[in-house]
Design a protein around this ligand. Structure first.
Ligand code: GUN
Length: 295
């Protein structure tokens, strides 16, 4: 029997524990974690994500505000706003929801966020630290959450074959580095890769983030593998809109040791680790030890 990994329950447990830690930080260190989310435009999917982030933050004692800006905002106006938040000592975490409108350079905006407040960990300095394996850096939330789930099933990943499908800066690339740090032999597959099934069939761990419904097939997966599905695809089934992942879940689950569902797998973990990153950022800024936070 495969383990259907209940990301919602695991994320909820992490947030509950974090909430208790926040109480202690407030009481004993006068640290009041504060997260600002910048949302440009009105992309409906982003609107849902941003709203969920804010609600979770407030429910566990992180003060949070979503700053909504019009989609015709100029790049330098957005940068000015970020600099204002960078200079505000009461703000610990800044997240700019992506995607941004085409006339704005996402790279320029991301690299404006101060390294210490970069709770997404997309700033090139944080990316560099992750690549070099530095211990005390902020790490992108989704891959961090995915790794947490993998490690709940398999504590020792050393020498395991891992395949990451997708090479985005948000998921695929950081996931590659996190698995490498766990001493996995990691292969990254992407749109130009050949023989995907062949690579996947040797993998003890498969993480997929490509945004293609039912992309990963039963025949690709080794018996007893751990499959983590980061894909979120909106599809219409019998006239109803449903969210499904990249994995042909019902078939693939027959072969796995453990698998994440969509929804209810990695999604809630992203938010939990955003909360954790916000608290870690606050601790780093106030020089309070954050090493015993979930890593
Ligand atoms: N859009 C999709 N995923 C993410 C994420 O993890 N962070 C941000 N800022 N935007 C996103």
């Amino acid at each position: 029997m495969t383990i259907i990994i209940d990301g919602k329950k695991i994320a909820s447990g992490l947030c509950e524990k974090l909430s208790q830690r926040i109480d202690v930080l407030k009481r004993e260190h006068s640290i009041f974690p504060c997260l600002k989310v910048i949302f440009v435009g009105n992309n409906p999917a982003s609107q849902v994500y941003v709203c969920n982030k804010q609600k979770k933050a407030e429910s566990i004692g992180i003060s949070s505000e979503t700053i909504v800006l019009p989609d015709n905002i100029l790049e330098n106006e957005l940068i000015e706003k970020i600099n204002e938040l960078n200079n505000d000592p009461f703000v610990n975490g800044i997240l700019v929801q992506l995607p941004l409108p085409n006339h704005i350079s996402a790279s320029k905006v991301i690299n404006t966020v101060s390294v210490e407040k970069d709770v997404d960990a997309f700033h090139h300095e944080n990316v560099g630290k992750l690549v070099k394996g530095e211990k005390s850096c902020l790490v992108p939330c989704t891959p961090k959450g995915a790794l947490h789930l993998i490690k709940l099933v398999e504590t020792n990943l050393s020498g395991k074959n891992a395949v990451v499908i997708g090479r985005s800066n948000i998921v695929g690339k950081p996931m590659f580095h996190l698995l490498l740090q766990e001493n996995c032999t990691v292969t990254i597959l992407h749109s130009q890769s050949k023989a995907l099934a062949e690579y996947c069939s040797k993998a003890d761990v498969v993480v997929t983030a490509v945004g293609k419904p039912n992309f990963v097939q039963e025949g690709w997966i080794k018996e007893g593998a751990i499959v983590i599905d980061v894909g979120i695809n909106s599809v219409s089934i019998e006239g109803k809109t449903k969210l499904i992942g990249d994995v042909d879940f019902n078939r693939v689950k027959e072969k796995t040791k453990a698998i994440t569902p969509v929804p209810g797998g990695v999604g809630p973990m992203t938010i939990a680790f955003l909360m954790i990153n916000t608290v870690i950022a606050a601790c780093l800024q106030k020089k309070v030890d954050a090493s015993d936070f979930v890593s």
